[in-house]
Design a protein around this ligand. Structure first.
Ligand SMILES: O=C(O)c1ccccc1N[C@@H]1O[C@H](COP(=O)(O)O)[C@@H](O)[C@H]1O
Length: 204
């Protein structure tokens, strides 16, 4: 079964609806972004969520101190790293981590081999001005060359209710991760969150 991560949560109601619909992971963006939340806000939302829901903090080139402090304060299960964090940096972390890769070609996939202690490896699009959350897809055929086991594979980048079935059929990820694709006019939309989750559940 494919698990679901709804990322860019800023409001408790969106978190509750996503969990009710069946999301297993929720993401809070602490990196600079239109989806950025404060530690206090994320902690407030996170403290009201069931323990089976995995809380993920999204960061870009944060220090080890910031990652670990935020994880402890908010009660994060994972930190998700979208910057230039090296394998050596990641190995020192005392919190479980997801490493993100911006995929253009096969050699981008080879980089994943260096992060052998990552809990999950997330493949995202390289198209767009931001480190993530661009709402663009990459060539899913590249996933055929995946150099790690599918049980650690998170597919991200431009997913939405219309393309997630073919994304799952083509790449068979452990987790699908969506942010832009469940937003309307820059805000999370409960109907889009529900229909994304329903589509994944029907097709995995
Ligand atoms: O969502 C953001 O604003 C963001 C900012 C900085 C790094 C990562 C971010 N989001 C992550 O990007 C991918 C793809 O998102 P989308 O569905 O294409 O919008 C996903 O992993 C988000 O968690």
């Amino acid at each position: 079964m494919t698990h679901i991560k709804i990322c860019g949560i800023k409001h408790a109601t969106h978190a509750f609806e996503a969990v009710q619909a069946g999301a297993q992971f929720l993401g809070f963006v602490f990196a600079e972004s239109k989806r950025q939340v404060t530690i206090e806000k994320a902690k407030h939302i996170s403290s009201q969520l069931p323990t089976h829901v995995k809380k993920v903090g999204v960061f870009v080139n944060a220090s080890q101190e910031e990652l670990e402090h935020t994880a402890k304060t908010v009660g994060l299960d994972f930190v998700q790293l979208h910057g230039d964090e090296t394998p050596e940096f990641c190995k020192q972390l005392t919190v479980p981590y997801i490493k993100s890769f911006r995929v253009r070609n096969e050699s981008d996939l080879k980089l994943t081999r260096k992060y052998d202690d990552a809990d999950y490896l997330l493949l995202d699009s390289a198209t767009g001005p931001y480190h993530g959350g661009n709402g663009t897809t990459f060539d899913w055929r590249l996933v055929e060359q995946l150099p790690f086991k599918k049980d650690r594979f998170i597919l991200a980048g431009g997913l939405n209710q219309d393309n997630v079935k073919s994304a799952i059929d083509q790449t068979n990820p452990r987790v699908v991760d969506v942010s832009s694709g469940v937003e309307l006019e820059g805000q999370k939309n409960i109907n889009l969150i529900q229909s994304f989750i329903e589509t994944v559940k029907e097709n995995s």
